[in-house]
Design a binder for this molecule. Structure first.
Ligand code: AKG
Ligand code: FE2
Length: 310
């Protein structure tokens, strides 16, 4: 039989198995798939099956649409001292982001800005999603630490975890004349990012041979991205994923996405076990919030290598 060359695709890793427990054989094989994908692409698609019922997906995106339909004056009430948080309005998208988005009190506060009498469709759906994304992130991080034989550092790092919940609405491409670069190419200034989106395609990943790859989505999948601080921590074993959002000129629907953006509120240093002859130390210790602040002055273009590379 002729060998078929397959087009490159972002790896899909199956997390729908309920028995995915540390030490089990399915855990080890999933860990291998996760780490291969992260080292090769800086990302993967996590398929979680019926952990996301279609009803939850539809209710959540319905509520997010309502959220962005509020007048700009209402949206501007969402403020934050942390760079890149609060309400942000750009030419091609709007974004709302809250700190400690994994706390139901915080999602409730966000809900009450818009719906003073509450809106369970929004707050409960957001909390359900955040819980799923948080569990996924914890699992993947445990796998990564185990993969490099440094699981002993996992607990002390994760004690300082802080998670941002962000929602994005993109402008419809039909108002432009060609395929629209809705979100410029960038890497995330986090440790990891997990994204979920409605049915409107757009997210693309830059792969090694300078090509851009899109995704095949299902309502029960998330996109897991390695970000700048993970590149530092892994001493360049895992690349921070370069991504962008392109919306096709033929797309008439509105693209919405949301994500859980994970930071660690402590200085990130490369574990000594990850430094050897083949991998000499490539980064100085990193304080991610100082890096976020430094980036504001540079239009977000300051790369992690330029900031703390050796
Ligand atoms: O909307 C998306 O799919 C991507 C969002 C993104 O890259 C970001 O918020 O950093
Ligand atoms: Fe991003």
């Amino acid at each position: 039989m002729a060998i078929q060359t397959q087009a490159k695709m972002i790896p899909v890793v199956d997390f729908s198995n309920k028995e995915l427990k540390p030490g089990s054989s399915s855990w080890s094989s999933t860990r291998r798939d996760v780490c291969r994908a992260l080292e090769e692409y800086g990302c993967f698609v996590a398929e979680v099956g019926n952990k996301v019922p279609l009803k939850l997906h539809n209710t959540t995106f319905g509520a997010i649409r309502e959220l962005f339909d509020f007048p700009t004056e209402a949206k501007k009430k969402l403020t934050s001292k942390r760079p890149g948080h609060g309400y942000l309005f750009k030419a091609r998208y709007e974004r709302m982001a809250i700190e400690n988005g994994n706390s139901p009190e915080e999602t409730q506060k966000l809900t009450n800005i818009f719906w003073p009498n509450g809106n369970v469709h929004f707050s409960e759906s957001a909390d359900s999603y955040v819980k799923l994304m948080e569990e996924l992130d914890q699992m993947v991080m445990r796998m990564v630490f185990e993969n490099y034989g440094v699981e002993k550092y996992y607990d002390s790092l994760t004690e300082s975890v802080t998670r941002t919940l962000g929602f994005i609405k993109y402008k419809e491409a039909q108002i432009t004349t060609s395929t629209c670069n809705a979100l410029e190419r960038h890497t995330d200034k986090t440790f990891t990012t997990i994204l979920h989106q409605n049915q409107v395609k757009g997210l693309e990943i830059k792969i090694k041979d300078d090509k851009w790859l899109g995704f095949d989505y299902s309502p029960s999948s998330f996109i897991f991205l390695a970000a700048d601080a993970l590149q530092v921590w892994s001493n360049d074993r895992i690349p921070s994923c370069i991504h962008r959002v392109q919306i096709s000129e033929n797309e008439t629907r509105t693209r919405y996405s949301f994500g859980l953006f994970t930071f660690y509120d402590k200085t990130i240093s490369v574990p000594e076990e990850l430094v050897d002859e083949e991998h000499p130390l490539r980064y100085k210790p990193l304080n991610i919030f100082e890096y976020l602040k430094a980036n504001v002055g540079h239009g977000g273009e300051l790369s992690i290598k330029a900031y703390c590379g050796i």
